[in-house]
Every structure is written in C-alpha cells, then in structure tokens.
Design a protein around this ligand. Structure first.
Ligand code: FES
Length: 105
C-alpha cells in the first residue's frame, strides 16, 4: 500500500446515503457517504462482473447490494455478508483533508 493520498471529490459532492464510482489508474473504487463518514471499497463485486456502486446502498445496515445477484458487502469492513457473495471486497483508508475526500491506495 502506498503512503500517498488521492483526492476523489469534495466532501459535499457526494450526498449522504449515496455510493459513487471513481476510477484511479487501474483501480475502480466505490465511495460511500454514510452521514458524513466516508468509506471506500473496490467497486467490482467478488462474485461476478458487476459494480457495487450501481447497486443499492443501505446505510442503515452499512451494506452495498450488488445489482446483479443481490450479494451484500459491509462497506466498513469489506466483508461479504449476504449470498451469493462469499469473498470480501478490499477496503481503503479514507480521510477528509481541507474539505476533500481522499483515499490511500
Ligand atoms: S455479481 Fe455480485 S452477487 Fe453476483
């Protein structure tokens, strides 16, 4: 893991309760705004070829639901927590710096 931080967007740019995809080099990330706390995971589902940012974001249960087969992932831990998803998605450290959401790849 590198020690440099990459800016994704302004903290006000992603509405509360939403998830959005960002492409940084080879990586495609899914950023979630949960009441002003931001979480970042790999956007590609570990079960198949679908993007979690295009599914349902449930900030009550802290999960992303895959749009293809409904697999669930905890966006805080990356854990797969609903069939048919079994393998976790990778998580990335996030910080807010000068009003910008930054991720460490
Ligand atoms: S592709 Fe995501 S649950 Fe199947």
């Amino acid at each position: 893991m590198s020690t440099s931080w990459t800016t994704l967007c302004g903290a006000d740019d992603l509405p509360d309760g939403e998830a959005r995809a960002f492409e940084i080099g080879e990586a495609r990330l899914c950023l979630v705004n949960d009441a002003g706390s931001f979480f970042c995971v790999d956007d590609l589902c570990t079960h198949g070829r679908a993007f979690l940012s295009e599914g349902y974001c449930d900030t009550e249960d802290c999960v992303l639901e895959c749009p293809l087969h409904g697999g669930l992932f905890d966006y805080k831990s990356g854990e797969a927590c609903g069939d048919p998803a079994e393998k976790p998605v990778r998580t990335y450290p996030v910080r807010i710096e000068d009003g910008q959401v930054q991720v460490r790849l």
